[in-house]
Ligand binder design. Sequence first.
Ligand code: ADP
Ligand code: TRP
Length: 331
Amino acid sequence: MEIVASGIRPTGNLHLGNYFGALQNFVKMQEENHCFFFIADYHSLTTHPTPGDLHGNVKNVLAEFLASGLDPEKATIYVQSDLPETAELYLLLNMNAYIGELERCTSFKEKIRTQPQNVNAGLLTYPTLMAADIIIHKANKVPVGKDQEQHLEMTRTFVNRFNRIYKVDYFPEPVAYNFGETLIKIPGLDGSLKMSKSANEVSAIFLADSPDVIRKKVMRAVTDSGPVDPNKPRSQGVENLFSLLSYFSDPQTNTHFNESYLAGTIRYGDLKKQLAEDIIRFTAPFREKIIALTSDNEYLKKVAALGAEKARVSARKTVREVREIIGFKSF
Ligand code: ADP
Ligand code: TRP
């Protein structure tokens, strides 16, 4: 039995990238492992310091976790800020996290570019907080999408350094995990390589999107003026549509559009119509459950309370032991 930990920031509704990169694996992993899945609300402050409705966002993501099939009896589902032990471990880890390595992190450099007006210390130390989330439960498997790989590498660096500095063999080395062979990256409808809620409104399809919205977004997806030379690489927008088709449409549909592309007879409008309907078929059951769960405040409250209580057991133990290892002692 593995110990599994992963989280998602509540910065908006969950999209298909979040589902395939993370959530889908959460749901599968809860069956056989000791799992901790949380809503990373501390982390969301690094990009949204004054969130309009922080609690509302947390509630939406919790409803989406449950609608996707996460079971509070099988997994520990909690809100990051309900576990302040994480903040203490983060503080302690920061003492041995070096500015140079934090500054070299790709996601930090990216944020300097995208939010130059708010390059805060929380952004710089985002990887230490993430490491704290993982190792507070001594997890060894972390289901995430490909974009989080470097953060996992940094977690391993911090773990190894902790073990070395304090001459212990205390924290295990966690690895990023996906049920398939490789980590997944779902592309965006705007021609970007990664579907993302933060990058662009038209990049992402959300699990809670209505059929009409999905049709509109897919029909507006970026393409080109038509196949040029079948031997040349497809334009990124078209490549993305084919990639999405491979996730949501059946093999015959995929073969049909691939062949008509090669024959030069493809009509992107037809492909988009088919893709939109297949995505709608996929998201419909999620959407119904999300709507029902979001309005069930009492149930969500119960789930969060149970999760916090369960998460506290391993968190308290880890913080107590780490304090001992470092040398804190009470009189
Ligand atoms: P966003 O980039 O939209 O802000 P997050 O960074 O909050 O999304 O991602 C939460 C989880 O979903 C992470 O595990 C991340 O790797 C995964 N994820 C996000 N976008 C994608 C994507 N396009 N493909 C695969 N996984 C993704
Ligand atoms: N950084 C992750 C993201 O943006 C969210 C996250 C926070 C996380 N803490 C974590 C993921 C711990 C895995 C483990 O997607």
